[in-house]
Each structure stands twice: as C-alpha cells, then as structure tokens.
Write a new protein. Structure first.
Length: 233
C-alpha cells in the first residue's frame, strides 16, 4: 500500500503521539540507552540528504550522535518516551538545520529520515511495524528519497511491478515477499525505462527491510542515484 509520508520543515514542530513521530540516539543523561524499558520507544535516524554534510544530533540539548554522514543510520536505539526536543546541527557547529519537538509513544518504533537537498532539508518520520513476518516471508518497504528523481516503479528485472508509482517523499509500507534473491530495477513510473538496476537483492526469511532511493539523478560519486538497504530487524 503506497502512503503519503509525513514531512516536517525547518523550525519548531509539535507532532501528536497519535501520528508518526521521532528522533535520536545516546547521551550522558540516559535519554537514550540500549536496555529494554516499557517507558521507551525505539528510534532509528537516517541521513538521506545527498549534499548535506555530516550532522550532530542533540536530544534535549544533549549531544546524542556525532558526525552522522550520508547515507548512514544510527540503528535502533531506545529513547525515553514523551516530548523530546531534537536538533540537527552541522557537525562541530552550533548551526541548527532542523529543530523539532516530537512526542514519542511508549513501546513504539520509528524511522526518522533527514531528506531533500541541503537547502531544503526536512524531516520525514515513519512509524515502523516490526511484527515478525510469516514463515518463509520477509517484509520490505520502499521509500523514494532521491530529490530530483521522478516517480518510479520498482519491478522485477524484465518482469512485473512490485511497488508502483512512488514519488519523492512517498513510500510503500512493509510488504510481505517470499524470501530469496531478486534482481530488481527502478523504472520511470508507468514505463519500461530502467533508471537504476538493483541486482542480487537477497531477502532472508523473518527479516524486515527498508530500501530507499538515494542521491541525485546525474550525481556522481556518493551523490549518484542509488539505493540503500536497511535491515530493520
């Protein structure tokens, strides 16, 4: 099922716990930890802004993550539930590019993406359903995070479409797929034109994955159009 993502711009933000929300990673005041606690949620932060520098992430003004670079992620960390202030700063500076207040529900799971080009950087927050897949299945989600790429289909190489017509900042929620190795391709939506081959994608039974389109069409090096795979669980 294709879904519109929740996008939050620069400046102060307040999001109800009834909506998807999120943000950040470890600090001296134990806002974040690796232990289990019913009063915590789990959060993964992903740097998906192709031309943004490395960033530091502060939770309630305590530094939680240092120099997270594109397209890295923090993995899931436990964050104290409740209202949290999260700032994203250019690494080593006090220049804040994203400043938000997020109401985190207890025992919930979130992925928080820094998205778009650096001049328009925003936050995309997704609620993560980490329910165990059925026997022999994996769960896969696709998120379109290439700022200048058109809407795309994700299909089997030379075959049918798996995730149709996904535009920038949209996503297809976790979908059951048979475990196995797939040759996939990213096509211009509604056409057979391949813009990115994705051969040899191995999906293990019982695993949960996020695949996101990254970089720029026409980009070079680490800014080139590509795909990143996250193992959520």
């Amino acid at each position: 099922m294709k879904s519109k993502s929740l996008i939050f711009g620069l400046g102060a933000l307040t999001i109800s716990a009834l909506l998807v929300s999120g943000c950040s990673d470890d600090d001296d005041n134990n806002i974040m930890s690796s232990g289990s606690n019913p009063d915590q949620s789990t959060v993964m932060i992903i740097h998906a802004s192709p031309d943004a520098p490395g960033v530091d992430i502060l939770v309630d003004n305590a530094k939680a993550v240092t120099n997270l670079g594109f397209p890295q992620n923090t993995g899931y960390v436990n964050v104290s539930a409740g209202m949290r202030n999260v700032k994203v700063n250019a690494t080593g500076t006090s220049t804040t590019v994203i400043n938000g207040h997020f109401d985190l529900a207890a025992d919930a799971h979130y992925s928080v993406f820094a998205v778009d080009s650096v001049s328009k950087i925003t936050v995309l927050v997704l609620s993560d359903n980490l329910a165990v897949p059925a026997s022999g299945k994996s769960h896969v989600r696709f998120v379109h995070l290439s700022p200048n790429a058109p809407a795309v289909d994700i299909g089997l190489t030379g075959g049918g479409v798996v995730f149709p017509d996904v535009a920038f900042k949209e996503y297809v929620d976790f979908t059951p797929l048979d475990a196995g190795t797939y040759d996939l391709e990213v096509r211009l939506a509604g056409t057979s034109t391949v813009v990115l081959p994705l051969p040899g994608i191995t999906l293990q039974a019982g695993k949960i994955y996020t695949v996101f389109a990254k970089g720029f069409v026409g980009g070079t090096g680490d800014k080139a159009l590509g795909a990143e795979i996250i193992v959520n669980k």
